[in-house]
Design a protein. Structure first.
Length: 756
């Protein structure tokens, strides 16, 4: 890779600016964060320093993924420390949306920046051409717009805009750094108002609320249609308004409206609704921290229960939320044909919104976006739509959609006319294609390094399929093992399947990558099944001992086994990762040995493996204290970097920032491990550890003591088998106790741990 971005400067330490700075640091860059000097402040760096302090306080779930990233970010101010930008490879401006203030700052940046450094502005309301008007040619050649979505760590979309004078190398360097190191999906946009996502997203948000009121739908009914068959965010449209802020949306709408011609289809919606104005005047701004008063309101009853209400827009009084009874709102995501065929008012509302939004999206080709995939990706990543607008047109049927528009004398874009009733996406000659602006199909370009399960499906790469798992051929003698159980739990049937696949892989000399694309990598044992059969000691013993056997077989397999987790993994899902030869994790990894929350212990080698990793990171003298703290606290990582700090992952394990690159990165790691698989070694003894302060009463006291005592076999040499035996013995004895069963049942019922 040739991005050559090692140091990043960010000016503006508000929520967005600080978030961009933190994510650049998460990605490995040295970062300097600057902001103005507050009036009368003793600490002239107070604003930037305060932003960093807030992220540190939030822990690994905040802006920083770990302490290592935080150490890479330094702070300063724009009066004393502009010289800190002199050696930056990329400088990002994230300040107030005022053209004059931005241009003044650009001139100051130009005085200190080095040749070839890239300067960008995070804006979606001011055109790049306006930002560069009157600026030096040197800056114009190195200037782009980088439009992030909030929060920058978690929102994957980045829109990049280049100017007429921008050197392509500047675009390429920033795009590559954001893709590889900041985990972004980069979409290239033309210099048009709102670019792609906000241009279409704000239009949709305005039209959806207007048409809900015009069609006579209640707030709940409209939200059920939007979040149900349409596949828009689960908040629904009114809930999304609350999330964005009722006091902010009018400004966003007015700003976009002022930049678009009166002939644009957005014009009729570019005004503030009287109901919204009245709500804002009454102080109802939506979700503002812990205050939630907007189209919806959340309060608590006298007994502390959460109550959700919605507003009557005629008198601005709240009433209890009522579930939509419309038949159309009961449809599943993507049932757009059924929605538009519905004769109830939900069907009428769906057509009112979709007819305008989808046609409007098609007018953006090619003026705003060069291809339809850019628009679809932008809306799925920037606004959390389940389907992009062009994918939705295909779900409806291009021919049916256009015929209904024409039958109702509604506008039809030139793009849709050129489509001539054909699907917008096709799979032809082994290649995914999309319709171009000229009406011809063109291959869908995919960046090098990206590999998804959908690609393997189209390549007919399925080796084996069972009820519990799929095996895919990744090429180069590497298999991908994809779990297929509900929540990717690990029942006996899947454990048996894993053992069989290991045998087959060894026989055929195939490396293995454990990978899936759901939100849960693996959830461990099926808790409901365990509770139901907990009185059957033979079942419990057989299940846990067999899991230990399979995981040890995996650990000492004769071929490389690489775990490639993303999302969440708990209990046994963590233990299977810990027994892989190596892990290539997505940066957003939330894993934990949480068995103490349900009254038991890790039973498939989790205690053993955590001790090994704790010894590697903290030494033999601190191994037990760290492992006990993590297991007893049922600690869950806030990132893959944090998982290393907790010792769920080894320091040598890899981290992939871009989710779409995880599978191929894991494959390459597996290839690199050929000939380096593990063999049995004598584990050195850990040091003796003083007993911690156990709880003094209740089941918690028993559990903490047993957790600690399970680790004591590690104080002798060559303790792997001895500790496994102790895990098995103690898990079986604990899980049949009434208190443990009570914890399991409470977790199943409430989703929260019980301390008994």
């Amino acid at each position: 890779m040739t991005h050559n971005i090692k140091k990043v400067g960010v000016i503006g330490a508000g929520v967005m600016g600080a978030g961009i700075a933190a994510q650049a640091a998460n990605g490995g860059a040295e970062v300097v964060l600057l902001d103005i000097v507050p009036d009368g402040a003793e600490d002239r760096n107070a604003i930037a320093a305060g932003a960093k302090a807030r992220f540190l306080k939030a822990g690994a779930n905040g802006g920083f993924m770990g302490q290592e990233a935080a150490a890479r970010l330094s702070v300063g101010n724009t009066e004393d420390n502009m010289d800190l930008l002199a050696d930056c490879d990329w400088i990002v401006e994230v300040i107030i949306e005022r053209l004059d203030i931005k241009q003044s700052l650009f001139k100051r940046i130009e005085e200190v920046r080095k040749d070839g450094s890239v300067v960008s502005s995070n804006t979606s309301t001011i055109p790049l051409a306006s930002l560069m008007e009157g600026m030096p040619q040197r800056l114009r050649e190195n200037f782009i717009v980088t439009h992030y979505f909030n929060p920058p760590r978690h929102m994957r979309l980045l829109e990049i805009v280049k100017g007429e004078d921008t050197e392509q190398s500047c675009v390429d360097r920033v795009a590559e750094f954001n893709d590889i190191h900041m985990g972004k999906t980069v979409i290239h946009c033309a210099d048009r108002p709102g670019f792609i996502a906000n241009r279409l997203g704000v239009f949709w948000m305005q039209a959806s609320v207007y048409e809900a009121q015009n069609t006579g739908l209640s707030i709940e009914e409209a939200d059920a249609i939007m979040s149900g068959p349409c596949g828009y965010p689960s908040t629904g449209i009114f809930g999304l308004w609350d999330l964005c802020g009722l006091d902010l949306m009018p400004d966003v709408t007015a700003s976009l409206g002022s930049l678009l011609p009166e002939s644009d289809a957005f014009a009729p919606y570019a005004k503030v609704m009287p109901s919204v104005t009245a709500m804002v005047e009454k102080g109802l701004h939506g979700r503002k921290g812990r205050v939630y008063q907007g189209f919806y309101r959340v309060t608590k009853s006298d007994d502390g229960k959460r109550i959700k209400e919605t507003i009557n827009l005629e008198n601005l009084e709240y009433r209890p939320v009522e579930k939509s009874s419309l038949a159309s709102s009961q449809l599943k995501k993507g049932q757009l044909k059924e929605l538009l065929a519905s004769t109830d008012k939900g069907g009428a509302y769906g057509w009112k919104v979709l007819s305008q939004v989808l046609n409007y999206a098609s007018t953006l080709i090619p003026d705003v976006a060069g291809d339809i995939t850019s628009v679809d990706k932008a809306m799925k990543l920037g606004y959390n739509w389940a389907f992009g607008p062009f994918e939705m047109i295909d779900l409806i049927g291009t021919k049916a959609f256009v015929e209904r528009l024409e039958a109702e004398n509604l506008p039809v874009s030139d793009f849709l006319k050129q489509a001539d009733g054909r699907p917008l996406y096709i799979f032809e000659d082994g290649i995914n294609k999309c319709m171009g602006a000229d009406g011809n199909y063109q291959p869908i370009e995919k960046a090098d390094g990206i590999l998804l399960l959908s690609d393997l499906e189209q390549q007919n790469a399925l080796v084996e399929a069972t009820d519990t798992a799929n095996v895919w051929d990744l090429g180069d003698d590497v298999w991908c093992l994809e779990f297929r159980t509900k929540m990717n739990t690990l029942p006996r049937e899947l454990l048996e399947n894993i053992e069989t696949i290991i045998d087959k892989a060894e026989a055929q000399n195939k490396a293995i990558v454990l990978y899936n694309e759901g939100p849960v990598f693996a959830a461990g044992a099926n808790l409901a099944d365990l509770v139901e059969r907990v009185s059957d000691k033979e079942f419990v013993h057989g299940y846990i001992s067999y899991g230990q056997k399979v995981f040890m077989k995996l650990k000492y397999a004769k071929v490389p086994v690489v775990g490639a987790p993303a999302g969440r993994a708990f209990g046994g899902g963590v233990e299977i990762l810990m027994h892989c030869h190596a892990v290539q994790a997505h940066s957003e990894l939330y894993i934990g040995l949480v068995e103490n929350n349900v009254g038991i212990l890790p039973g498939w080698g989790g205690t053993k493996e955590l001790l090994i990793r704790s010894m590697e990171s903290f030494g033999a003298e601190n191994a037990i204290s760290n492992a006990y703290k993590v297991i007893q606290g049922a600690m869950v990582s806030g990132s893959a970097m944090h998982a290393k700090e907790l010792c769920y992952l080894r320091q040598s394990d890899g981290i992939t920032m871009n989710r779409d690159r995880l599978l191929l990165d894991a494959k390459e790691l597996a290839i690199s491990l050929r000939g380096k698989t593990r063999t049995r070694e004598v584990l050195p003894a850990v040091a003796e550890c003083a007993e911690p302060d156990f709880a003094t009463d209740g089941y918690q006291a028993t559990l903490e003591r047993v957790t600690f005592e399970t680790m004591l076999p590690a104080q002798q040499e060559d303790w792997e088998d001895a500790l496994l035996a102790k895990e098995l013995e103690n898990v079986i004895s604990l899980c049949v106790t009434p208190q443990a069963i009570e914890r399991m049942q409470h977790m199943l019922k409430t989703g929260k741990p019980l301390k008994n």
